[in-house]
Design a protein around this ligand. Structure first.
Ligand code: SAH
Length: 218
């Protein structure tokens, strides 16, 4: 737990992050901005990186994984355009930071993580923070989670060489998917909309994510 003094300074840093890294670069969705102003990003970082949690770069979270740079998180959430009643599938829970933001913005979140240690620690942290609309599942996210499909929105936080077929099949009519596609060195975010049974793809920012790997031990 952080002391009251450090919580206050973290909230000042968070406010600056929202103004300087997000608003100033064109993020305009007020619900996304408000959620990023509320969710304490430093609580999701590994202890030794907490004081860097509001800087303009990705953050290590253990198991060789990272939380994305705040701006990329905001771009993805803005494109995802979730409403309070939406059912959302997240692939790559990691620390649970994006999961917490989704829990603020949507109705029900299913999040799939292949690393049991990360799935367990994020489940515990999100429960401690009081989020009740989140289920974290250990498994291979390239298969999605058909039990609760279809989803109004799907967000993938690791890079795939191609969009996994199972995820497309689990996207609802009118649904949106945001996914980084590409190899280790160059990737591009894609926004895919399912409209009248057709997929429409918009190519967005270049980005760099850890790879989406097959599941382990589940
Ligand atoms: N959005 C997360 C960061 C995700 S990092 C956060 O806010 O912290 C990418 C995550 O995807 C890692 O935790 C990694 O273990 C996970 N991952 C990689 N391949 C996966 C797969 N096939 N299925 C599920 N999770 C996967």
């Amino acid at each position: 737990m952080t002391s009251p003094a450090s919580s206050a300074s973290y909230s000042g840093l968070r406010h600056l992050m929202v103004d300087l890294q997000l608003r100033a670069r064109g993020i305009a969705d007020e619900r996304v901005l408000a959620a990023m102003e509320r969710v304490p990003r430093h609580e999701f970082a590994a202890e030794q990186y907490r004081e860097h949690a509001y800087e303009d770069h990705p953050l290590p979270i253990g198991e060789g994984q990272t939380i994305s740079q705040p701006y990329i998180v905001a771009v993805m959430l803005q494109d995802l355009a979730v409403s309070p009643g939406d059912r959302v599938l997240e692939i790559g829970t990691g620390s649970g930071y994006v999961t917490a933001l989704l829990a603020e913005l949507a109705g029900m979140i299913v999040s799939v993580e292949r690393h049991a240690a990360l799935a367990n620690s994020s489940t515990e942290l999100l429960a401690r923070m009081g989020y009740r609309n989140v289920s974290i599942v250990i498994g291979d996210g390239t298969q999605g989670f058909p039990q609760y499909a279809p989803y109004d929105a799907i967000i993938v936080s690791a890079a795939a060489p191609d969009v996994p077929r199972a995820l497309l099949d689990q996207l609802a009519e009118g649904g949106r998917m945001v996914i980084p596609v590409g190899g280790d060195d160059s990737q591009q975010l894609r926004l895919i909309r399912m409209e009248s049974g057709y997929r429409r793809t918009v190519f967005r920012d270049l980005c760099r994510f850890v790879p989406l790997l097959p599941g382990i031990g589940s």
